[in-house]
Design a protein around this ligand. Structure first.
Ligand code: FNR
Length: 395
């Protein structure tokens, strides 16, 4: 595909996705919350740091392979959960899982995905993780944990940073709501978008439109439509501030129910990290949901050092939000992350090129990590530490 062949970095994949997708869907990927200051903060956190290269070192044999929870991955980078992926490309969850398997990196299936965790697990047993959104009816969450355990999912990721539905202003402007409301204005806009993005529309409708939320339909009456399942999910997992809001007690219950590796996604405060470690959680993905939860939250990279200091020896520390280049991954590792994830980059890739598009993004990041490591004089990811950062940007 021409679009894919010509791109040389993640930002060019983003631009190709912007051309390919209807505007309201591109906004769905790209948008943050409120005034969207967090998006810029996430990316600029990485550019505040500079790498200090060391030369005349033999880097002819380099190894980007990285161990995480006892498994070896090709590089210290994986795919974060992104619920509505199938909106951007039919079967996107499966395609992302296959690209991740091909590249030997972890893939986290969102609890809000269109694909069932049972189907994703089959793609690459041992390399897929399941992300849980706490349901208002807790027995649903407990059953989803049982299902993840039954199929042998590797890691359970509990997302904690969206206790209420955030104010995503691009959604409000685009009138994206659940259940989706068809007004004359929307029909007019859709017609215009259809004419401008015929390939996306053709693919979407040929595939039967938005799939039902496969991990939730088991708890609804048989034959529920995709729209009904979306409403069901939102009422279960995103109703503002009621009993649906997950608590520490829920995390303790999840720890008891789930015997495997348990990761919490979304903590930014070191005290929360300490409490999670005390409960027996194995790891954290330090994250601000890619700027989609709290606009004035710190960048995850800025929150990492204090968390590292608080629980560094006790928990595996991962990070996402704003990672766009191999150098970002290297900088995060130098600052103490054990592993790095990203959400949007592979979404752009899968949107424009399916599995090959997502794989292209993974290849770009892998290549960049390898080149950066060689250029700073480091032959192995486990040697990356603050010695590779300039004095003024060390924390
Ligand atoms: C997300 N994210 C997310 N997180 C989560 O725990 N469950 C989910 O279902 C989703 N859904 C989702 C959809 C879309 C379109 C995006 C862009 C993001 C957040 C995601 O896992 C991750 O934290 C961010 O994407 C990281 O930021 P970057 O890498 O996109 O900058």
């Amino acid at each position: 595909m021409r679009r894919l062949k010509n791109v040389v970095n993640v930002d060019e994949v983003r631009l190709a996705a912007r051309r390919y997708l209807p505007g309201f869907l591109y906004d769905f990927i790209e948008g943050g919350v409120d005034g969207e200051e967090g998006l810029a903060r996430n990316e600029s956190a990485f550019s505040q740091h500079s790498l200090m290269p060391r030369y005349l070192i033999d880097v002819s044999r380099r190894n980007t392979a990285t161990k995480l929870f006892g498994r070896s991955y090709a590089m210290p980078f994986g795919i974060s959960p992104t619920g509505p992926a199938a909106l951007f490309r039919p079967d996107a969850d499966l395609l992302l899982a296959r690209a991740a398997a091909d590249a030997n990196v972890p893939f986290i299936l969102s609890g809000a995905a269109g694909a069932a965790l049972e189907d994703i697990h089959a793609v690459a047993p041992g390399r897929n993780w399941f992300q849980l959104y706490t349901a208002r009816e807790r027995q649903i969450s407990h059953d989803q944990i049982r299902r993840a355990a039954d199929v042998g999912m590797d890691v359970l990721v509990v997302t904690v940073d969206t206790p209420v539905t955030p104010k995503r202003e691009r959604h409000l402007r685009n009138r994206i709501s659940v259940p989706f409301e068809i007004t004359p204005g929307i029909v007019l806009r859709m017609t215009r978008e259809l004419l401008m993005h015929p390939t996306w529309f053709a693919r979407f409708f040929a595939s039967g439109g938005m799939p039902a939320m496969a991990n939730w339909t088991a708890y609804m009456s048989a034959g529920a439509s995709a729209a009904e399942s979306a409403t069901f999910f939102f009422n279960q997992a995103f109703v503002p501030g009621d009993v649906g809001t997950p608590s520490w007690r829920d995390l303790e219950t999840y720890r008891n129910l789930w015997k495997g590796t348990l990761v919490v996604k979304g903590f930014l405060h070191p005290d929360d990290a300490v409490r999670a470690a005390d409960i027996g959680c194995d790891g954290l993905i330090v994250s601000n949901h890619g700027g989609k939860a709290l606009d004035r939250a710190p960048a995850s990279l800025d929150a990492l050092p204090a968390i590292k200091k608080a629980v560094g020896g006790r928990m595996t520390l991962m990070l996402d939000s704003g990672v766009r280049r191999g150098s970002d991954v290297v900088i995060a590792l130098c600052l103490g992350a054990d592993f790095v994830f990203a959400g949007r980059p592979t979404l752009y890739g899968v949107a424009i090129g399916g599995q090959a598009g997502a794989k292209k993004v993974l290849d770009i990041i892998a290549h960049e990590i390898d080149l950066i490591m060689a250029t700073i004089g480091c032959d192995s990811t486990d040697r990356l530490d603050e010695h590779f950062l300039t004095e003024e940007t060390k924390r």
